[in-house]
Design a protein around this ligand. Structure first.
Ligand code: ZN
Length: 129
């Protein structure tokens, strides 16, 4: 008897994209929340979810940030948050996460320069609105 085992990768976009500043793109971009699940298959039918990973992906440069379980909880909280203050708090947390990820290999001088570009981008966008 022939038994066919295999693995299948499934990618799902979860919820609405979140606007946040991207240091690579030097502008505000939409960050999608992507959930990747690896399934064990038997005769090409998914039977068991194996590994599950969550990532934020910038729609401009495709930069990816792997989310730990705490960050995944925060994304769920953000989707259910109704209070504007709560939303702002959670979004500020993701801004910090993106900043820590994208500036981790930069020197202090580079960070200061990148931060100065960000502040001018923020004020320019405020003027547009
Ligand atoms: Zn980007």
């Amino acid at each position: 008897m022939l038994v066919v085992f295999g693995w299948v990768k499934q990618m799902d976009l979860v919820g609405a994209p979140m606007p946040a500043y991207c240091f690579n793109c030097q502008s505000y971009r939409e960050w999608g929340h992507l959930k990747e699940t690896e399934w064990a298959t038997l005769f090409f039918i998914k039977i068991l979810p194996f590994i599950s990973k969550s990532r934020l992906i910038c729609d401009g440069c495709r930069d990816e940030i792997t989310l730990n379980s705490k960050a995944q909880e925060k994304i769920k909280e953000l989707a259910n948050a109704s209070d504007a203050e709560e939303v702002a708090w959670i979004k500020a947390g993701f801004d910090k996460l993106i900043e820590a990820h994208q500036l981790q290999n930069k020197t202090e001088a580079q960070k200061q320069y990148i931060q100065s570009i960000r502040s001018s981008a923020s004020s320019a966008e405020r003027h547009v609105k």
